[in-house]
Design a protein around this ligand. Structure first.
Ligand SMILES: NC(=O)c1ccc[n+]([C@@H]2O[C@H](COP(=O)([O-])OP(=O)(O)OC[C@H]3O[C@@H](n4cnc5c(N)ncnc54)[C@H](O)[C@@H]3O)[C@@H](O)[C@H]2O)c1
Length: 316
């Protein structure tokens, strides 16, 4: 099955992820209806999409005409029933809470046609658990976009135990068509693929700071100006191939016993949370920063990511 049917898409939740997902689908030519239970967030999503697209315009990656056409393809839904009307796919991006998601999926099952695919953008909740108790769990799939979804190409397409092959294939093909780089995650494991690797890195990074081996600034420098630099071009396994698997084997024999293997969040992280040091949102985490500084970092981050992507995609 191709993705010929997947043209009309509902996006549920218009927050950080939902508005970006709606935007990228609209730029890719889909007709998108967007809904959020909070009318202010739904209203603001349209301005956010327009602002995001200005960055693409500045970098010559889209024209003003294309922006206008894309924005005209997104319409706000009046309610959940309106969101579901005539859709081929619904992508859920509401709050990360199993009970909320289960309730939402039960309503989606009632309000959509049986052919409509139901996807969740959950970061960490099992797709199988979200689908549990539904009459047709075969049409439920995970689509894990990365923030910002309109910039980062990778989307993990997660197969729950009952997800049908045709559903995996249709979602995969749609994501390809709108310019994403989907990958298939064949087992519904915690953290899927990307967050397992990302949090393994964070666990070690926090442990290095906690043990006084390097400062938070220096840990970040080692990644940014060291091995992190090439990760956008060569994945870890391709890097291992270049280094030689025999070398990797020897390093693992000596190094693995010394790596952090905690099964709980680190004492340093727990202490910071106790002190109200929550990161950017409280102005202090591992680094310090005012909300204005943070806003600038985020806007610069998106521009830098787009420039890197433009370079990589031009080469391929
Ligand atoms: N933020 C990230 O970096 C990131 C990355 C990947 C995946 N995710 C996942 O995407 C989902 C959304 O995350 P976010 O960061 O966009 O959160 P967010 O809080 O910015 O947006 C969630 C939106 O859902 C709305 N909402 C909640 N319950 C609803 C309901 N029953 N009906 C309609 N709208 C409802 C809220 O009003 C809110 O605007 C979560 O499952 C999250 O884990 C987040």
């Amino acid at each position: 099955m191709g993705d010929n049917g997947l043209k009309n898409i509902g996006v549920l939740g218009a927050g950080l992820m939902g508005h970006g997902i709606a935007q990228l689908l609209a730029v890719g030519g889909c007709r998108v209806r967007l809904f959020d239970e909070n009318p202010q967030i739904l209203g603001a999503a349209f301005q956010r999409m327009a602002d995001n697209l200005q960055v693409f315009l500045r970098l010559g990656m889209i024209t003003q005409d294309q922006i206008e056409l894309a924005l005209a393809r997104v319409t706000p839904a009046r309610d959940l029933a309106d969101l579901c009307q005539g859709q081929d796919l619904i992508i859920e991006a509401v709050s990360e809470n199993l009970e909320v998601k289960r309730k939402v999926f039960t309503s989606l099952e009632d309000l959509t046609t049986p052919q409509c695919i139901l996807a969740s953008n959950t970061s960490a909740i099992s797709i199988g658990k979200i689908a549990q108790g539904l009459a047709r769990p075969g049409r439920v799939v995970g689509t894990h976009f990365w923030n910002p979804p309109h910039v980062v190409p990778c989307v993990e397409v997660i197969r729950a135990p009952k997800t049908e092959d045709a559903v995996m294939d249709a979602v995969f093909a749609l994501l390809r068509r709108v310019g994403k780089r989907p990958v298939r995650v064949q087992k519904d494991v915690p953290g899927f693929v990307g967050n397992r690797m990302q949090h393994a890195l964070w666990r070690e990074a926090i442990a290095l700071v906690q043990e006084g081996i390097a400062s938070a600034e220096d840990v970040d420098e080692v990644v940014r100006y060291g091995f992190g630099l090439r990760l956008a071009f060569l994945g870890p396994l391709a890097t291992a191939d270049l280094a030689g698997l025999d070398l990797a084997y020897e390093v693992h024999k000596d190094l693995f016993p010394h790596l952090d293997r905690s099964t709980e969040p680190s004492p340093l992280l727990t202490e910071k949370i106790g002190k109200g040091e929550l990161g950017a949102k409280s102005g202090q985490g591992f680094h310090k920063g005012t909300p204005e500084e943070l806003r600038q970092v985020v806007s610069r981050r998106d521009e830098v990511l787009l420039k890197i992507l433009r370079e990589i995609f031009t080469e391929q």
